[in-house]
Design a binder for this molecule. Structure first.
Ligand code: UGA
Length: 441
């Protein structure tokens, strides 16, 4: 079944969603108020580093199924409208900023044709969706029904295309007199994945909103749990890698997301747990979400731990060259939002160190947005004469470095593996003192 689809908001989520919907055979228009983004996408250029996306933009663009516009009226023809705008943390607060969500639905509503549905994909605090429906109702053309489904997205950066085309599950939050028809319509959009057996859960609005934030809260908690165990290991001589392997064999626990290290970052987990804390308090349920304060605090302590280890190794860091490998919040992404690597680099800059940061993909965005560290184009420039090497984003090319060769470049053979991803024995054989988070030296 081929439908006409609009995707409003062409950031990470929207750009990938638009391309993937076209790949599924639908006719898609991606809409954004940011003309430079639309211009890039229309030329087949991905505004973000995401494996597989450039190819998809090119092939779907050439097929004629994917077009781009800055004009919201381009949505008028669509049967299904996906709203994919961001809900960033409000400056100086924990709460999420939902202004873009309301602005997008309000702008869209007058262009909705009879029988079309609006679908929210953004991550919103529980209780937002009924207010969005109200905003649509107030702005649709007389005689047109306001129809809204909440369909959260679970894609991971770096795997965004795969996660969108073949997700773990679909969640449809529906309510009201059109609920059954709305489910049918969304089933048409996702018919290929559904036919392949992807589970689909139909819930009310509040549950759909909560599925997303509770999934991210759970993932963040799992990471902070193992990082808290790393702290205990550091104090007692335990090895958090062996610990994670051993507890991970219990199927009820599972080994995934027990990667101890410098902690989680990115545009989702940190902001979502803080927004959940803010929302819990607004709901008069601070105790129900209080544990997330500990999750956040443990996560941030891991960044401080790296700085402490550097100071332990070098004493006063002022003026000393430090190689930081990695700027993105995780590999296979050029996203630097709340990146632990950059946070550590900036703290060391504040302490007066000569910090050289390398990253295979994130340098342009880091240079433009986070001045401070010295960003260098090659790993060698970072390593040359360095007093210490910090491995903070586990890109494949860093794991594949030959420690014996690195040893010839640095001034002092000390490495801190902030991701527990290097082959510590090889680095030690090359003469390095290897500090891993949560593991004995
Ligand atoms: C996260 C969720 O995994 C997705 O399911 C969700 O859809 C997405 O947020 C979102 O809300 O849009 P993402 O931010 O792309 O996806 O990144 P993750 O792969 O979850 O990694 C998050 C952070 O945790 C990274 O900094 C990563 O390095 C860190 N991490 C991950 C660990 O420190 N240890 C681990 O074991 C796993």
């Amino acid at each position: 079944m081929s439908l006409k689809i609009s995707v409003i908001g062409t950031g990470y989520l929207g750009a990938v969603h638009a391309a993937c919907m076209a790949e599924l055979g639908h006719t898609v228009v991606g809409i954004d108020t940011d003309a430079s983004k639309i211009e890039a996408l229309a030329a087949g250029r991905s505004p973000i580093y995401e494996p597989g996306l450039p190819e998809l933009l090119t092939s779907t663009g050439e097929s004629g199924r994917l077009t781009w516009s800055t004009d919201i009226s381009a949505a008028a023809d669509a049967d299904v409208h996906f709203v994919c705008v961001g809900t960033p943390q409000r400056a100086g607060e924990y709460a999420a900023n939902t202004d873009y969500v309301f602005a997008a639905f309000t702008a869209l509503a007058p262009h909705m044709k009879a029988g079309s549905i609006a679908v929210g994909k953004s991550t919103v605090p529980v209780g937002t969706v009924p207010r969005v429906l109200e905003a649509i109702r107030e702005n649709v053309t007389d005689g047109i029904d306001a129809r809204l489904v909440w369909n959260p997205e679970f894609l991971r950066e770096g795997f965004a295309v795969k996660d969108t085309l073949t997700p773990d599950r679909f969640v449809y939050g529906v309510e009201g007199e059109f609920a059954d028809a709305d489910v049918e319509k969304l089933d048409e959009v996702y018919d290929k994945a559904l036919a392949a057996g992807t589970p689909r859960l139909v819930t009310n609005y509040a549950t759909a909103e909560l599925v997303k934030v509770s999934a991210n809260a759970f993932l963040a908690t799992k990471i902070s749990f193992i990082n808290a165990m790393a702290e205990i290991c550091e104090a007692t001589g335990g090895d958090v890698l062996a610990l994670a392997d051993a507890i991970g064999h219990d199927e009820r626990i599972g080994r995934k997301f027990l990667g101890a290290g410098v902690g989680f970052g990115g545009g989702c987990l940190p902001k979502d747990i803080r927004a959940f804390l803010a929302r819990g308090e607004e709901l008069g349920l601070p105790d129900s979400v209080a544990f997330l304060r500990g999750v956040d605090a443990t996560n941030l302590r891991r960044r401080e731990r790296v700085v402490t280890l550097v100071e332990g190794a070098l004493g006063d860091v002022a003026g000393k060259p430090i190689a930081v490998l990695g700027a993105a919040f995780k590999p296979n992404s050029d996203d630097i939002r709340d990146s632990p690597a950059l946070d550590v680099a900036e703290r060391l800059v504040q302490l007066g160190a000569d910090v050289r940061v390398h990253d295979p993909e994130a340098l342009p965005v880091a240079r433009a947005n986070r001045p401070g560290p010295n960003y260098v184009d090659t790993v060698d420039e970072a390593l040359d004469g360095a007093q210490i090497v910090l491995h903070l984003t586990e890109w494949k090319q860093y794991r594949e470095l030959d420690p014996a060769e690195v040893a010839t470049k640095v001034a002092n053979k000390v490495v801190i593996d902030g991701r527990n991803a290097l082959d510590g024995a090889r680095w030690a054989d090359a003469g390095f003192t290897v500090h891993s988070l949560g593991r004995p030296v």
